[in-house]
Design a protein around this ligand. Structure first.
Ligand code: FRU
Length: 486
């Protein structure tokens, strides 16, 4: 293939499909999405010259997982994004079958991207190259020849998704990898100069340390530290997206999972000593391969792909696009527990407000809306209760507290999506419950009790479905505020 055509083909596909994409009423208002085609993982999430930069896996040519580029958008507030020129295309020998996921770091006023070049030969055999690209202006990237060409001994060619950070003047990266025994793992590399990388060792994975069988591949690892807001203790987190976990009750019901371990990274051994269970970060249907960054306000912000590989039967495909990223969230640890909070910028897009305060028994319509924020507090709980959103003919998304099981349930089965399964999380005994919910044209994100749990799911309501209904079996006290998004 002539590499010059790669950019031309992208431009042609955008021209050809943009109108049909733009005509789709499921296009999102405040979520990053591709202008056409397919997007998946967030990449290179960083802050450079006073702006947030988000890159993301993008196939401009079709809605399949092929031809991956790094699309690029930038923003002052993490909500209004301006699209930039595509940062990296599969137009080098070492990335000809896809510029796969990776991360970004700012060093001495330059933005460095560290990514995986995916190459396949005629028989479909894979090669993976870990590569650097650098930019002085945050728009144009110089690509260097691969930094890591071979995988370490004992592993397959499935090595990818470098997440880079700096510590004491040295650079480190975690990568997802597969062992020759087909176990998913995370390995650590280090570099003195960002160009030459040294294999340090395997730090976590399936059949590593305490962890028994735990998937055949771990994708998109992330490592960072958070300070416990109550105890002041520094806690290390390892986030990963393992593939191959079996469902267990309410857990692991998506095709592939994303979760975290608390623990401690020992750089010398090297080893990530696991000190917790694997906890799924998100309880919804569509969350995978998140990436975090610390911004200049000291916030650890995370964005995920609002999708899951191989579970992508979405009705937008007929309009030549699929997928989006989640809203950004802030992570914090309090008293040994991880919380995810909507970023404070969310209030800046609040428009017209409606309120309701009173007792509800049965169903009560509160108002209407398609793209909005809603905060609702339920108290004096003694039965099932909840909300029905985007309600209309053949459409409703239900967020319900199941009183007997003490679980919060997200049911998106009534709508245009193929998957009809529900997602649940156990909350335990509650006297009251607070939900903060963000509804966009084709998604819902539910933050439970200040971010103890989050559900992120794509929803596909029919066009005019916009009613907001509160329901409760027994009389329940409800206080609700809803802001239409500006
Ligand atoms: C995760 C992933 C990554 C890979 C990228 C390719 O969704 O499979 O491991 O780098 O997507 O698009």
């Amino acid at each position: 293939m002539d590499f010059k055509q790669v950019k031309e083909n992208e431009e042609k596909a955008v021209l050809k499909n943009k109108n049909v994409v733009d005509s789709d009423f499921w296009r999102q208002k405040y979520h990053i999405q591709g202008i056409v085609g397919l997007i998946n993982d967030p990449n290179g999430f960083s802050q450079f010259n006073g702006e947030y930069h988000m890159f993301y896996q993008w196939n401009p040519l079709s809605t399949e997982h092929k031809n991956k580029t790094w699309a690029h958008s930038k923003s002052h507030d993490l909500l209004h994004w301006e699209r930039c020129e595509t940062a990296l295309r599969p137009d080098t020998w070492y990335s000809k079958n896809g510029v796969y996921s990776g991360s970004g770091i700012v060093i001495d006023g330059k933005l460095y991207l560290f990514y995986t070049g995916n190459v396949k030969d005629a028989e479909g055999n894979r090669e993976s190259y870990q590569c650097i690209a650098v930019s002085e202006d945050g728009e144009h990237f110089d690509r260097w020849e691969p930094s890591i060409v071979n995988q370490p001994d004992g592993y397959t060619r499935h090595i990818r998704d470098p997440k880079i950070w700096e510590k004491d003047g040295k650079y480190y990266a975690v990568l997802g990898i597969q062992s020759e025994k087909l176990e998913g793992k995370v390995v650590l590399y280090s570099s003195e100069n960002i160009k030459n990388w040294k294999f340090e060792g395997e730090i976590a994975g399936a059949n590593h340390g305490k962890l028994k069988d735990f998937g055949f591949m771990w994708e998109c690892p992330d490592y960072f530290q958070l300070k416990d807001e109550k105890t002041g203790k520094i806690i290390d987190l390892l986030v990963a997206s393992p593939q191959g976990l079996e469902p267990q009750g309410d857990l692991y019901n998506n095709k592939y999972q994303t979760g975290y371990f608390f623990g401690k990274l020992d750089y010398e051994k090297p080893e990530f000593e696991i000190r917790s269970e694997f906890v799924e970060i998100d309880r919804g249907h569509d969350f995978y391969a998140p990436q975090s960054m610390e911004d200049n306000k000291g916030r650890r912000i995370v964005v995920g792909w609002m999708g899951v590989p191989e579970d992508e039967d979405f009705p937008t495909v007929k309009n030549e696009w699929i997928h989006c990223l989640t809203l950004p969230r802030k992570l914090k640890v309090r008293d040994g527990k991880l919380y995810q909070e909507p970023i404070s910028e969310m209030v800046s897009i609040r428009g017209e407000k409606i309120e309701f305060e009173g007792f509800v028994k049965g169903e009560k319509e509160i108002g209407k809306g398609k793209t909005y924020e809603l905060i609702v507090k339920f108290s004096d709980i003694s039965s099932d209760f909840g909300l029905k959103l985007r309600v209309g003919k053949n459409s409703e998304t239900v967020v319900k507290f199941d009183f007997e099981d003490k679980k919060l349930v997200l049911d998106r089965s009534c709508g245009a999506q193929a998957d009809k399964s529900v997602r649940k999380v156990f909350l335990g005994d509650r006297k009251d419950l607070e939900l903060r919910i963000f509804v966009d044209n084709s998604s819902i994100e539910v933050f439970v009790n200040n971010g103890e749990e989050v559900f992120s799911s794509r929803i596909f309501p029919l066009e005019n479905a916009d009613k907001i209904i509160v329901f409760a079996e027994n009389e329940t006290k409800v206080k609700l505020e809803k802001w239409e998004w500006q």
